[in-house]
Design a binder for this molecule. Sequence first.
Ligand code: TYC
Length: 112
Amino acid sequence: MSQKTNEYSTDDDVGVLVKEKPPALQKPRLYQVVLLNDDYTPMEFVVELIEKFFSKTRETATRIMLMIHNEGKGVCGIYTQDIAETKAAMVNKYSMQHQHPLLCEAEPCDED
Ligand code: TYC
């Protein structure tokens, strides 16, 4: 009698493919963590925050901060949903603790 040993084979079908492999896993949707401009948070605080939470050099952090200051918002990093939302929450908590109105959001990246 044929005994099923797992989903893809039985004892007596050695070497015979009885079921096709499942399709390859889909890539998870990515999220960008953005900082919003405001009129009150000091530039130096924003630069240090970008260095601290997004592991950027001072040069890159300064470029991102100036981009936000001039354009209204800017991307600090791209992650999976859980990490992006956790980072945004940590940044908002840190800004509040330092009494700055700086806002951070996680938003889905455009799909390609
Ligand atoms: N606009 C702020 C200022 O002139 C600086 C700033 C930059 C604030 C980026 C927030 O996400 C921000 N002090």
